[in-house]
Design a protein around this ligand. Structure first.
Ligand code: ZN
Length: 318
């Protein structure tokens, strides 16, 4: 595209974002500040994710963008088009074909491999802000690995609800050192962060911070010995493909009916064609763990929020 630099951002900005990303990879879970730029869309619509993606993309890359599991939302389609026009990359909706995937609120159902990078759009960077609005105090807590206030908040949560009732943005401990906000992914996706083959980059435009989970990093959701971390449980299979091992949401059809369907539309289409398709069908190795165990998901202790949004705090993405 004439009149624009390759991948929209100027070279200095891309270098700056890449430097911050490398620092973030070197210190897993630690929030690294960077000079967030104005992007051709409002902050809150994925500007951090776009800056990270655009700094990483090269002409050989294949780019996928999802918004809540869908490739076709207006925002996802526009971000994909921006990358296609300015960075000359191929767009795809197929998770297995993408080298870089930018996402809001979901990690795909198909297993990511060591050639892939997942860029998550982040609205709120610091998990401690739930318990204290002061960034100053929270930075000190991170420096001292002092997460007592978060533990107390979780304990109070258990006292109130009988279990840990956190819908999304579930706090996780990264490499035994930093407490991290995994962005508003459902609890269903949290186990995928642990010991993954791929790199996770979390980018916030408004807060101008980047953090990362490098491949094969220990990521542990906070929990108590007698109150374990639970993923969402679904009573109905997907109305389209019949899957019982995917994250499902309720949608309303044009006739006003309510249907429970897979949230990951790309994988749902593949499952419709082949109901037995495994989540690791594209990999050479077998039996890759990815997210909650199929079928025998550890039974939740009675707490079900089928749409996975109970307790979600407001907030858009950057
Ligand atoms: Zn489905």
């Amino acid at each position: 595209m004439t009149g624009y630099n390759y991948a929209y951002l100027d070279e200095h900005t891309k270098r700056e974002v890449r430097r911050a990303t490398l620092s973030a990879i070197a210190i897993p879970g630690h929030q690294v500040p960077y000079a967030s730029r104005a992007m051709p869309l409002a902050r809150g619509w994925g500007t951090g994710g776009i800056q990270a993606s655009m700094s990483l993309l090269g002409p050989e890359d294949t780019f996928k963008v999802i918004d809540q599991g869908s490739d076709e939302s207006v925002n996802a389609a526009n971000i994909r088009r921006l990358a296609k026009t300015t960075a000359d990359v191929d767009g795809t909706t197929d998770t297995t074909k993408a080298s870089i995937i930018q996402t809001r609120h979901r990690i795909p159902e198909e297993v990511l491999d060591d050639d892939q990078i997942l860029v998550l759009q982040v609205p709120i960077t610091d998990p401690l802000r739930r318990v204290d609005p002061s960034d100053d105090a929270n930075r000190r807590r991170h420096a001292h690995k002092d997460y007592a206030k978060m533990w107390v908040a979780l304990y109070e949560n258990v006292v109130e609800w009988g279990e840990i009732n956190v819908g999304s943005r579930y706090p996780v401990m990264v490499a035994g050192r930093y407490l991290m906000d995994p962005s508003p992914i459902p609890r269903w996706d949290v186990p995928k962060l642990h010991d993954a083959d791929n790199l996770y980059v979390f980018a916030a435009g408004r807060e101008a911070r980047i953090y990362a989970v490098p491949p094969h990093t220990d990521v542990e959701p906070l929990a108590f010995a007698d109150k374990s971390f639970q993923v969402e449980r679904f009573d109905e299979p997907c109305a389209h493909c019949g899957s019982e091992d995917t994250y499902r949401t309720e949608i309303e059809t044009d006739d006003g009916d309510r249907l429970v369907v897979c949230n990951d539309t790309s994988f749902c289409e593949k499952r419709e064609a082949d109901p037995d398709l495994a989540k690791d069908h594209h990999l050479d190795c077998e039996g890759v763990t990815w997210g909650p165990a199929t079928g025998g998901v550890e039974a939740a202790s009675g707490h079900v929020d089928a749409d996975g949004v109970a307790g979600v705090e407001g907030g858009d993405d950057q």
